[in-house]
Design a protein around this ligand. Structure first.
Ligand SMILES: C[S@@+](CC[C@H](N)C(=O)[O-])C[C@H]1O[C@@H](n2cnc3c(N)ncnc32)[C@H](O)[C@@H]1O
Length: 278
């Protein structure tokens, strides 16, 4: 097993990942519309072979499995042992739905073996995205498709702005700059995605701007999630904020959510759906 032991590896394998386990059902509920958007553009057929990149606990792998039927195969890969353990627990009795601990940047599958590659928010965390996409291309059959969704714009995504603005307001810590480094917004620039995919051998690249809604759980759960997952949570973690300030930020987030919930029962979400052909 070859893995890059970098910042991302530690994030997805250490204490920081525990929130993704605890709130797994809530996050999957939140991303229900995102999954629909991902799958409505892929023509999955019975018996096909699918690669799910950065599969996490396997929600999209399982959806794909239902579409390709008993003899279709899903190979789901991720670098996170805790998330893969939950994947195995959830889907242990399902044949031909396999998850593997692999870093796509370091993994060369046999060439021409998958009909489709998919990812729901699993492709923004690469230090070497060109390698990751080249490996994806090589593993696809001729005319195979690669479809993924990624975040488009920090400022329009309330799930990220609400807590990050609270942290900034209460601590004066700046919201990090979003560039091409690994992180939720590393693929925010369309031209960068185009270049990466072209260079890795893809053609017919289509990048759809999509505005959708993230579904919400209860205010308390939403507040807890925002304090542990996303940009604001990263600012808290990386700056070692004291307990008192943490509680103030949490109250601030909670108040904002109370106001938001009076108006709407969703977060505005701006994403790209990207489709490319080998
Ligand atoms: C935001 S989560 C999305 C998980 C899942 N696709 C979902 O929608 O629930 C990003 C996932 O990408 C995985 N990941 C990050 N870098 C990776 C890499 N180099 N190779 C494979 N998976 C990676 C993480 O471990 C994490 O599970």
């Amino acid at each position: 097993m070859i893995l890059l032991k970098n910042k991302q590896y530690y994030y997805w394998n250490e204490k920081s990942v525990s929130a993704w386990i605890k709130y797994n059902n809530d996050m999957n509920y939140k991303f229900e519309n995102i999954s629909k958007i991902l799958f409505e553009n892929i023509s999955l057929k019975k018996n096909q072979s699918i690669l799910d990149i950065g599969c996490g606990t396997g929600q999209t792998s399982y959806t794909a499995k239902k579409k390709v039927g008993v003899n279709g195969t899903i190979t789901a890969i991720d670098i996170s042992t805790p998330l893969l353990n939950l994947f195995k627990k959830k889907y242990k009795n399902i044949k031909n739905l396999t998850c593997l601990k692999k870093d796509i940047q370091k993994t060369r599958f046999k060439e021409n073996i998958f009909d489709h590659a998919i990812s729901r928010f699993g492709v923004m965390f690469f230090e070497y995205p060109l390698l990751a996409f080249t490996h994806t291309n090589q593993a696809l059959k001729k005319n195979g498709t690669f479809t993924f969704v990624c975040w488009r714009n920090f400022r329009c995504n309330q799930f990220f702005t609400i807590p990050a603005n609270s942290v900034k307001k209460r601590t004066k810590i700046d919201i990090p700059e979003f560039n091409n480094k690994p992180g939720p917004f590393s693929l925010k620039d369309k031209s960068y995605i185009q270049t990466l995919l072209k260079k890795s051998g893809f053609r017919k690249i289509i990048i759809d701007n999509i505005i959708t809604k993230l579904k919400l759980s209860k205010i308390k759960t939403e507040t807890d999630i925002m304090m542990r997952i996303g940009v604001g949570a990263g600012m808290i973690r990386e700056n070692k904020i004291d307990k008192n300030t943490y509680d103030i930020i949490k109250r601030d987030v909670n108040n904002k959510l109370q106001k938001l919930f009076k108006k709407q029962d969703y977060y505005n979400a701006y994403i790209y759906r990207v489709t490319a052909i080998k």
